[in-house]
Structure formats: C-alpha cells, structure tokens
Ligand binder design. Structure first.
Ligand code: NAI
Length: 397
C-alpha cells in the first residue's frame, strides 16, 4: 500500500516501515561511529520500541555488544491498518542486531501485567541465564493494576491551582493561550500509580525472586525536571509527583541491590520530541525554542546522543557517575545551562504567531514529529507501494 501520515493533534495513526527502519539504522550508524563501551552483556529494556528505550537498546547492542530483550506494547499491521512505529522500529532493530551476530528478542504485551513479567523471566532463563542491566523506560497513559485489577489513568495537570501559558499547534504554527485546571487528589493518586516507581519495583522484585539478576546488576529509569516555566504543568504537577515517586524508588532499589553489589539510578534526561512528550501541554513550544538555541550553539542532542553519553560517561565510564544532591544522574546538564535557559525565557516572552519561525525550530519539531512515525525521512519515496505487513523475527504474529 501507499502509506501517508494520518494525524490528529499529537497522534499519528499510520507509520511507514521503511522510514522507521531508516531512522533506526541512522541511530545504529551514530553508535557504530563512537568508541566501543565496556558495558553490559545481557540487557532487559522495558519500553524498548521508541524514544529513550529504543536508544538504550541500540546503545546496548551496537555500543556494548550486548544481547537484549525488549518489552513493549505495539500493534502489528492488520488489513488496511499499518503497524505502529514501535512495531516497525523493533523489527528493524532485531534484523540489524541479528545480522551483527547478537541475540535480540522482543516481547509485545502489557509490561504492567504479571504474565508479561513471567514471560520475560522465562525468556531470560532460556536465552541469557541472567541480565546485568535493566532499563525501565515506560511511558503510558494508563495501567491495569496487576493485583487489584483497577484501571488507572495518568493525567498531565497542575496541582493546587490552574495553569495558563502559551501553547503551539505545531502543525499550523498557531500560538494560543492554554489553561489547564488543577488535578483532583484522585487524579494525582492514579498518575503516581501509572508513572511512578511501583511497577519498576515489581519488575526488580520479580526478576530478583527468579534469580535472573546478575551479580553487580545495574537498573536505570528515566525522569525529567525541565525549566521553571514548565514546572506547574510538569515537575510540580501530577507527572512530577509520579517522577518524585520513581526517584524515591531508585533509592529503595539501591538498598535492595546492594546485597549483590548492584546499583539503581534515575537519569534526568533532556526534553526531546517523542510520542509521549508531544502530548504534554506547553512542552512542544518550549522544545521548539530549546532546539533552536541548542542547535545554534552546537549543543543539540537527540535520544541516541543522550543515551550514548549516559552509558559511556556515566554508567559504564569506569568511574562513579556524577550525581546531583538528590542522587540523580543529570544528562540534562546542557539543556539546563544558565545561558541556554536565559535565552529560552527571553524568547518565550516575545514569541508569537508572526515571529515563531524566526525565534524557534518549529520546523525541526514538526519534522521530527513525523519522523517518529517514519515520515519525512530522506531517501524514502513515499509515492511507492510499501509492504506494511512486517514481522518481528522473534515474535510469532
Ligand atoms: P515513548 O513514548 O517514546 O516510549 C514509551 C515506550 O513504552 C514504548 O516502547 C511503548 O511501547 C512502551 N509502553 C507503553 N505502555 C506500555 C505497556 N503497557 N507495556 C509495555 N510497554 C509499554 O516515551 P519516551 O519519551 O522515550 O519516555 C520514556 C521515559 O523517558 C519516560 O519515563 C519519560 O518520562 C522519560 N523522559 C522523556 C523525556 C522526553 O522529552 N521525551 C525527557 C526525560 C525523560
């Protein structure tokens, strides 16, 4: 079929297999051009098909030579529907990893469930024995609690009072004022249950009980802080509460893993265009301004550059990672540089529909959004027929 983007707001309901493959191979190329990392050998990535989790899988295999198991929740193609981008990314990753002679297995299903945890453990036992790195990179709007069956939803809302700020429609370049009403206590509770650390801890407990965590294992989860202008909607809002919980969980896991000389960290990463971040009010305009400034200064990084740096310089760099006062790794250090943020603030105050293109990288944002789904990728002829029915080698469709 001929595949074109079909989008509504921050959701694109189609994806292009060859475009996704080209994007994955571009990330692989970047890692192959860097120095090899003396790192993990068997890695489990939970949330492995897009964004930071996919980049973590690519760095594990092509930077460290590691075997991987990737867990994600994606949709295969059916009838006239394409698969999701994460499905195509996973297929492309596995193909390249296997060609490189490294084991790559993928599990597609709900990572919050006990069944998927047990399936993953059985696969580790059969193929790897134990894992020495576990990356938790889930981003989900909902979770079914595995023990109570409760359906929990995550919301992006401020706490205590409403929040009004500028927001861009990145398809049209229109800037409008947006007001988000504060969350209820119940919404806060549910958001923490979805995006906090409970599930990460359940994974580590289950893996530990099954004795599939190697001596000296490292586990990592990702978080975000960002600038004051997004704090009411992000870090001091519902998702920020969940991130506080995730960060507290790292300390619990650190104590738990000490018995086997293990380590647990949260890494604070940079704001980037991913399927999850596009959904956060105000963030697309912030990211457009940030990208422009960081690109002008030669400081820009995408997911793959961020995660390569995290592995090579912090986690497997041979010395202890640099931690902030709260014990977190800060690969958001370039984003948070004082002069970068001062310039964002200055432009934020003046940006409007007329000067958006001059002040921001809105075009880059829009393009990267489409590239998440395999569109607008150089070298792909989008007028050509494409086979949307792509199999992931390790998964029986
Ligand atoms: P993403 O949307 O690109 O990836 C989410 C992954 O989770 C996908 O692989 C998806 O298949 C998987 N997933 C979602 N629900 C699942 C389920 N029920 N079962 C199994 N897999 C499931 O997200 P992104 O942006 O890479 O986020 C990953 C982490 O990085 C999150 O903790 C996020 O807060 C954090 N982060 C993101 C930043 C950004 O700007 N995008 C900045 C800093 C941290």
């Amino acid at each position: 079929m001929i595949i074109k983007p079909k989008f509504r707001g921050f959701i694109c309901t189609t994806a292009h297999p060859e475009g996704c493959q080209a994007q994955v191979e571009e990330q692989i190329r970047y890692v192959l051009e860097q120095n090899k990392i003396s790192g993990p050998k068997n890695v489990l990535i939970i949330g492995a098909s897009t964004g930071y989790g996919l980049a973590s899988r690519i760095v594990s295999t092509f930077g460290c030579g590691a075997n991987t198991i990737g867990v994600s929740f994606e949709r295969p193609s059916s009838g006239k529907r394409t698969a999701t981008a994460g499905w195509y990314n996973t297929a492309a990753f596995e193909k390249n990893a296997r060609q490189a002679g490294v084991k790559a297995y993928s599990i597609n299903g709900d990572a919050f469930s006990d069944e998927i945890k047990q399936e993953t453990i059985a696969l580790i036992q059969a193929e790897m024995g134990q894992v020495d790195l576990v990356i938790y990179s889930l981003a989900s709007p909902k979770r079914t609690h595995p023990h109570t069956g409760e359906q929990l939803n995550s919301v992006l809302k401020p706490i205590g009072q409403s929040y009004t700020n500028k927001n861009v429609d990145f398809h049209t370049g229109e800037i409008k004022s947006l007001t988000v009403e504060p969350a209820t206590e119940e919404e806060i509770r549910q958001t923490i249950a979805v995006m906090g650390g409970e599930d990460w801890q359940m994974w580590i407990d289950a893996l530990d009980q099954a004795d599939v965590l190697a001596e000296g294992v490292t586990t990592l989860a990702y978080s975000y802080i960002g600038p004051a202008l997004t704090h009411p909607i992000y870090r001091e809002g519902t998702v920020g509460r969940a991130k506080d919980h995730l960060e507290e969980t790292a300390q619990i896991l650190q104590r738990k893993l000490e018995a086997k000389q293990g380590r647990a960290f949260v890494s604070i990463n940079k704001a980037l265009v991913t399927q999850s971040s596009a959904a956060i009010p105000v963030v697309p305009l912030y990211v457009s301004l940030l990208y422009r400034i960081m690109k002008e200064e030669g400081l820009h990084e995408g997911c793959i550059e961020q995660i390569y740096r995290l592995f090579a310089e912090e986690i497997f760099g041979g010395s202890l990672p640099h931690l902030d006062a709260k014990g977190r790794i800060r690969i958001d250090n370039l984003e948070m540089r004082e002069h970068v943020q001062a310039e964002v603030d200055k432009r934020w105050d003046t940006v409007n529909d007329q000067n958006l293109i001059a002040l921001s990288d809105i075009e880059g944002y829009r393009k990267e959004f489409f590239q998440l789904f395999g569109f607008e990728v150089a070298g792909i002829d989008y007028e050509q027929e494409t086979n949307a029915d792509v199999a992931i080698p390790s998964i029986d469709k």
